[in-house]
Design a protein around this ligand. Structure first.
Ligand SMILES: Cc1ncc(COP(=O)(O)O)c(C=O)c1O
Length: 375
């Protein structure tokens, strides 16, 4: 197949952010810096380490920035994300989703050969046996660091009952190729609860479950050096528990309306810039951004730079802006509109680049290297 080379010349570093073609993801780096500082400040006097989740930012550039500022390492959700991070010099990675299947094993052991600090989660005997068999088949030399994923209320993956966790931990310890290092207990079901006291109560319920699991492991004589948990909506509370050693928030770095609506005080650092391409009547402006540039799984994105306008998708490539009060829309063809995504993880995954600026001047054009890395 013919390879198509993308020749990318405009805009350049130093240009005004206004020169960026649309739709484009634009990031205010001053706001990113403030968000990182605000999140990390929560743990200054705590013994927990911070391992931010890069499933959100999807870029080794931001992974390295977080590590420079004090993160011990990073989390990613998928093996293919870990591959890109490792290729770009980030080796201390926790992959927070179970890795299963023959095709995955081959890639995983390729990665582990050069990057032995990659950590994995398992939640089944089948998963452990698959890893141990692959370690043998690929003649892997070093022990692989493994955590058990626990279910602390999200009812996604993970083992719920402490006795099952102990049984699986012992099974891991029985494998020469594996090294049990702890548990992951992410409480994803509470992160976006809007009522802070409800979020706090539910987060505590999850931490109590996690604490019981850790106690049961210790009572069985099993060393548990790592207990990792927490997202943007709960990490500071998680860190109040003595048994928690690590937090893994992700969305705080850029934020979105879902987290803002849940009362998070981090600032909105990322926006989509769009252009009005059609105005068929006075009450409707059509922009160049639909489902392929803005996700809607967490509700409608919001128009940020003009008051009283609503956004709705008008198909894959189009978005429709209307006045919330039903009146005329004060936009002309060619006008640029700034939109705040409702869910950054799924929106970022639709784009190739971040256009990063400070005070309107482009400082970096960062490839979203993990875009589409879903395997
Ligand atoms: C296992 C795990 N940890 C941490 C996070 C980060 O959470 P947040 O984006 O809420 O900060 C996620 C997000 O989905 C996750 O799946």
């Amino acid at each position: 197949m013919t390879q198509i080379q993308m020749l990318y010349t405009k805009p350049e570093v130093g240009d005004s952010i206004e020169t960026v073609d649309t739709p484009a993801l634009v990031i205010d780096l001053d706001v990113v810096d403030r968000n990182i500082e605000a999140m990390f400040a929560n743990f200054k006097d705590k013994s927990v380490t911070i391992r931010p989740h890069l499933k959100t930012a999807k870029s080794p550039v931001f992974a390295k920035k977080l590590i420079e500022l004090g993160a011990t390492g990073i989390c990613v959700a998928k093996l293919s994300e870990a591959e890109v991070m490792a290729q770009n010099g980030v080796g201390d990675i926790l992959i927070t989703t179970e890795i299963i299947g023959k095709a995955k094993m081959e890639k995983l052991f390729d990665l582990l050969r050069d990057h032995p600090a990659v950590r994995l989660v398992v939640d089944s005997k089948a998963g452990v046996d698959m890893l141990a068999a692959a370690a043998k088949a690929f003649q892997h030399k070093e022990q692989i660091m493994v955590l058990i994923e626990t279910n602390v209320g999200q009812n996604r993956a993970g083992l719920e009952h402490p006795k099952d966790v102990v049984k699986l931990a012992k099974h891991i310890q029985d494998q020469n190729s594996l090294h049990f290092i702890g548990v992951q207990g992410y409480e994803g079901h509470v992160q976006l609860l809007r009522d802070e006291s409800e979020r706090k109560t539910k987060s505590k319920e999850s931490m109590d479950k996690l604490g019981k699991i850790v106690s049961e492991l210790k009572a069985a004589g099993i060393h548990v050096p790592v207990v990792t948990t927490g997202g943007t909506g709960t990490s500071p509370w998680c860190a109040e528990n003595d048994f928690v050693t690590e937090v893994q928030p992700g969305s705080f770095i850029f934020m979105d309306t879902a987290y803002r609506n849940a009362g998070q005080k981090f600032e909105l650092a990322l926006h989509l810039v769009a252009t009005v391409i059609s105005k068929p009547d006075a009450k409707r402006a059509v922009i160049d951004s639909g489902y392929k540039s803005l996700s809607t799984d967490s509700g409608m994105p919001e128009v940020a730079n003009i008051a009283n306008l609503t956004y709705e998708p008008g198909g894959d490539e189009h978005g429709i802006l209307k006045s919330a009060s039903g009146g005329e829309v004060a936009l002309e063809i060619g006008d640029r509109v700034t939109i705040t995504p409702s869910h950054i993880d799924t929106t970022i995954n639709l784009h190739d680049y971040y256009y990063c600026h400070r005070q309107g001047k482009i400082e970096a054009i960062v490839p979203i290297a993990n875009r589409g890395k879903v395997q």
